[in-house]
Design a protein around this ligand. Structure first.
Ligand code: UN1
Length: 508
């Protein structure tokens, strides 16, 4: 099924109209091109920042930090509350930019902005918490406590697939924690970044604070490196490939900076014999084919019990065959384009490798053409694999679901854990023993582990992140805010004696 198409000229106008509505000034210059996933053509030129310009941004952020850290946290929360209000007002403007640049369907683009609004609400509440523990002291007349203080400048490097939500998770929390943010968005999504940051800066200025609390630096590798290596960047929060994380982590550690890494996923779902297929099938389809397979939480491996395999696959193939592929702006489209031509090449290469490894393509496996659009469209794909090796243990950012078969539940858990990435996982079962075993210490080893829902679409209230090569960072809810603050342990002696800890005597 093919749905209507929007020409490039309309998209450029649409992007400019959204940017105007968001109050974003599009800087003049060249070095970076704004582009759209819907067409192979570009929209318009943008300037890139030099390393010196990044250093200038960090310097201004550092200056803003010195004042911001002394603003009471609930007042810092006022800025984030206003940002959330502006996001509600401009939801469609920002969602439009997300669709133009990434090709995400309208409902998911709006969902992404909703995720920003949700984290703002969360951070506003957090601004009245930021609590520390009070600990029992062994000494009379002494109080032992922990205090959380602002950390410093936070550098954010974000990926194209969640061009604004992941920045917002970091920024809403960083701001209430007392930290300014310097943001390097993906080179594929500069417009969305300019739009989102314009309304945050409006919120900051309306409340009378320095706009240097939120800055955007545009460009590629050099811009990222300038943030990574700047000793004034106290925390570097980076979302992207394992390859990127392998470079960023050690470089930040070498200067004793902190990093928060959100890297690749190769997420699995186990389908047990008792699985309720009425929720399993839509759960799997959304997780594997939603966002055209371009979430780090996308479901990439389906581990199915032999006894239900035929039925599960029959239903999945039927669902896949009727997935509407097309213009992400059109009503009814569920699968939009991949972000660019390179992603299409990676999709084709992965399918060929899987087939060479003995996989059989059950549905999809090829590109799709959409009338009037020159972007890269592919058919969501399911490939039955003989073993978990080769291409199956790699993350390909495309809608390819590999099927593996199991007989014994422990074997399924071993397959789930048998990859180097550790972001998200799920089990579909009605057997409580299986569900609990999956969630236990001996179960799934991922940072997100779900029962009877898919691997993607996490809410912001929980901490988001994963283990192993996913990088170990946690963002968004729960106590992820600790990463954005420094903790001091305070011992206060309000007695008239000076007892030493551990019973040590000195000068007695
Ligand atoms: C990502 O793919 O980088 O859980 C983030 C999810 C979304 C966020 C994904 N809330 O799928």
């Amino acid at each position: 099924m093919t749905l209507t198409s929007t020409p490039t000229t309309d998209l450029a106008d649409r992007a400019r109209a959204s940017l105007d509505a968001l109050g974003a000034v599009v800087p003049e210059g060249s070095g970076l091109t704004a582009r759209t996933a819907l067409h192979a053509e570009t929209l318009f030129d943008l300037p890139v920042h030099t390393a010196a310009a990044v250093a200038g941004a960090v310097e201004r952020a550092e200056a803003a930090f010195l004042a911001w850290r002394e603003v009471p946290a609930p007042r810092r929360g006022d800025v984030v509350r206003r940002f959330g209000e502006l996001l509600r007002e401009h939801k469609d403007d920002l969602a439009d930019l997300v669709t133009v640049e990434t090709g995400k369907i309208v409902s998911e683009a709006r969902g992404e902005v909703q995720e920003m609004i949700d984290i703002c609400d969360y951070a506003v509440g957090l601004s009245r918490q930021l609590w520390g523990k009070s600990i029992a002291s062994e000494r009379p007349g002494h109080r032992l406590a922990e205090t959380w203080h602002p950390l410093g400048v936070v550098g954010v490097i974000s990926a194209f697939n969640f061009p604004v939500a992941v920045w917002a998770w970091n920024t809403a929390v960083a701001l209430v924690c007392g930290d300014p943010v310097v943001w390097k968005p993906s080179e594929l999504t500069p417009l969305t970044a300019l739009g989102a940051s314009a309304i945050l800066r409006q919120a900051i200025e309306e409340q009378g604070y320095s706009p240097d609390l939120s800055q955007v630096v545009l460009g590629g590798r050099e811009v990222g490196e300038a943030l990574v290596d700047d000793p004034r960047v106290a925390l570097l929060s980076a979302t992207g490939s394992v390859r990127m994380g392998r470079e960023v982590g050690p470089r930040v550690a070498a200067r004793f900076g902190r990093s928060l890494l959100e890297l690749g996923g190769n997420n699995a779902a186990i389908v047990a014999p008792s699985a309720d297929l009425r929720i399993t099938v839509p759960g799997v389809v959304f997780a594997a084919a939603g966002t055209a397979g371009q979430r780090c939480t996308t479901l990439r491996r389906l581990i199915v019990h032999r006894s239900v395999k035929d039925e599960v696959l029959r239903r999945l193939v039927t669902a896949y065959e009727s997935l509407p592929i097309g213009d992400p702006f059109a009503d009814g489209t569920l699968v939009g384009p991949l972000v660019d031509a390179r992603a299409g090449d990676a999709f084709e290469a992965a399918v060929s490798k899987a087939v060479a490894q003995g996989g059989s393509v059950l549905v999809g496996g090829e590109r799709a053409s959409v009338d009037g659009l020159t972007g890269t469209f592919v058919r969501p794909t399911i490939i039955d694999m003989p073993a978990q090796e080769g291409i199956v243990i790699e993350e390909t950012f495309a809608p390819i679901l590999y099927v593996l078969t199991y007989d014994d539940f422990d074997e399924a858990i071993a397959l789930n854990n048998g990859v180097t990435q550790g972001l998200s996982s799920a089990v579909f079962t009605q057997d409580q023993r299986e569900a609990e075993r999956f969630l236990s210490a001996a179960g799934s080893d991922t940072g997100i582990a779900n029962v009877n829902i898919g691997t993607s679409g996490a809410e912001i209230g929980g901490a988001f992140g994963g283990e192993k090569e996913t990088g170990g960072g946690r963002e968004s809810g729960s106590d992820s805010w600790h990463a954005y603050m420094r903790m001091a342990t305070n011992t206060v002696n309000y007695s008239t004696e000076l007892p030493l800890a551990q019973g040590v005597t000195f000068l007695d």
